[in-house]
Design a protein around this ligand. Structure first.
Ligand code: NAP
Length: 464
């Protein structure tokens, strides 16, 4: 039997991606009784935590407190962080095979899905992904610009990301300046001329992808009213029957909140949020290459062969003038070199976290967890059970001796390799210097932190 995982021959795991599923991989591995494990985590950015830093909305600081648990994992013996190191650029599959027994890919879903309607590439039409990354200070998006001089903005999709985008557009600078929103975004949003924000859902309130706390927040803005057309809040017989049968708590609460908004009196606030149901964009109309309006069709819900309620277009059309459009219809994963990818799902090809090839056979040594494993769904905590499932497979394979057989399975040998490829890597101690400096800047201005948004600046602080 193999002695991998013992004091004399620790199990060596490389984790590519430092978001929640990467850190839940670490905590799950640390929980394995009797296992001696060394974990090297890599991230292309100098900063860890993935979407907790660059995706979770700045006004949802409570959700970001999970990083305290991640930090605890990072401070355990056997864990090392290598930020500013990119898989496929600095390190490759051959390097991983040489220094590790198992490799976990937790790279998330960085791209947006397309709407597939004419005009979606007009100027002024952006993916929600870009806007979210911009206001969260992601270095790759820090220099993006969004025309906030427009009075009318459309957000397509009705999931929690759409809620985040609409909330950031509807809040006042006073509401935003107590958050860790990027300084460039705070400044730009401070000049915003946005008056109307339209969120477009293609199905009804009973099928909406937002969750109850997020829709509840839409009724709590200092300077924006929420508007819902009563006829669009009302449930059709199919939705009512499905709701009565399933008794889905979230859907019941969502429907209740939406009905209450539909009856609410408008208070004439400076901004108006319009949440629309049963409408789909069919075209983005433009003038001189810039989006100027969104053409919609109204939908009806029809039961499909699988018993799901599907939106089907009617002949009723309308046009909403809008100079800025955000497409928020879900994310998509990015293929990684030498890792089998399922194009139709936008995920790494896998079975319960074990990477599989085109024939469905296991690719020994490779695993995946999080959005790149199962697609972009669920809340942060969902990744805990997702990583747990994959770690269970890793343990079963270890037991069965199904791992890479690395030539140089040592922490020193891996460090020498990383140093030779990217000497400018950022360790966890370096990240803590960046973290401390951001928090100190925040304390000085009554904010949770002031983010550095340029890699060069992060490296300068880390080297100080
Ligand atoms: P999502 O929850 O999957 O929502 C996507 C939305 O886009 C759905 O309303 C979907 O409608 C709609 N859609 C898809 N294709 C469309 C099309 N062609 N035309 C019109 N609408 C279309 O995705 P997400 O909002 O990007 O969120 C991703 C995950 O992150 C979710 O699990 C979400 O809960 C999570 N998240 C959580 C929080 C939080 O906890 N506060 C914050 C942000 C994100 P259908 O339902 O009809 O398909």
């Amino acid at each position: 039997m193999s002695d991998v995982g013992t004091q004399s021959n620790p199990l060596r795991v490389a984790i590519i991606g430092s978001g929640p599923s990467g850190f839940y991989t670490v905590s799950n591995l640390l929980k394995q009784t009797g296992l001696v494990v060394e974990m090297d985590m890599f991230d292309r950015l100098p900063t860890p935590y993935g979407l907790v830093r660059a995706g979770v909305a700045p006004d949802h600081q409570k959700d970001k407190s999970v990083t305290r648990a991640y930090e605890k994992s990072a401070n355990t013996e056997g864990f090392r962080f290598f930020g500013n190191v990119e898989y496929g650029t600095h390190i490759h599959m051959a390097d991983l095979e040489k220094h590790y027994h198992q490799v976990m890919f937790t790279t998330g879903s960085p791209f947006d899905r397309n709407l597939g309607v004419p005009g979606e590439n007009l100027g002024g039409s952006h993916s929600a992904t870009e806007f979210v990354a911009w206001y969260n200070g992601h270095p790759d998006f820090a220099d993006r610009t969004f025309d906030l001089s427009q009075e009318n903005v459309v957000v397509v999709g009705i999931g929690n990301v759409a809620m985040d985008v609409a909330r950031i557009l509807c809040k006042t600078v006073e509401e935003l300046k107590v958050t860790d929103i990027a300084d460039h975004a705070l400044e730009a949003l401070g000049q915003s001329k946005v008056k109307n924000v339209y969120i477009l859902g293609r199905r009804g309130p009973a099928q909406a992808a937002f969750t109850p706390p997020e829709i509840k927040e839409m009724g709590e803005f200092a300077e924006a009213d929420v508007n819902i057309i009563p006829a669009e809040a009302a449930l059709d017989p199919h939705s009512q029957a499905a709701l009565d049968e399933a008794q889905d708590k979230n859907a019941l609460k969502n429907v209740e909140t939406v009905s209450a908004y539909a009856e609410r009196e408008n208070q004439g606030k400076a901004r108006q949020l319009h949440i629309r149901f049963l409408v789909s964009p069919t075209e983005l109309l433009g003038e001189a290459g810039q989006v100027s309006a969104v053409k919609l069709v109204q939908n009806e819900l029809v039961l499909d062969d699988r018993g799901q309620l599907k939106a089907v277009a009617t002949e009723r059309e309308e046009v909403i003038p809008a100079g800025l459009v955000f497409r928020s219809v879900g994310y998509r994963g990015q293929p990684l070199p030498d890792v089998p990818f399922n194009e139709s799902w936008g995920t790494i090809a896998n079975e319960a976290g074990r990477v599989v090839d085109a024939n469905g056979d296991q690719v020994v040594g490779l695993y995946t967890a999080g959005w790149i494993k199962r697609g972009p769904s669920g809340v942060i905590g969902t990744n805990k059970t997702c990583a747990q499932e994959t770690v269970a497979q890793m343990m079963a394979d270890l037991e069965a001796g199904r791992t890479f057989a690395p030539e140089a399975p040592s922490a020193d040998a891996a460090l020498a390799m990383i140093n030779s490829r990217q000497p400018d890597f950022v360790s966890f101690a370096d990240w803590k210097k960046i973290d401390d400096a951001e928090v100190a800047l925040g304390t000085a201005s009554d904010r949770p932190r002031v983010k550095f948004t340029q890699v060069a600046k992060m490296l300068e602080v880390a080297r100080d």
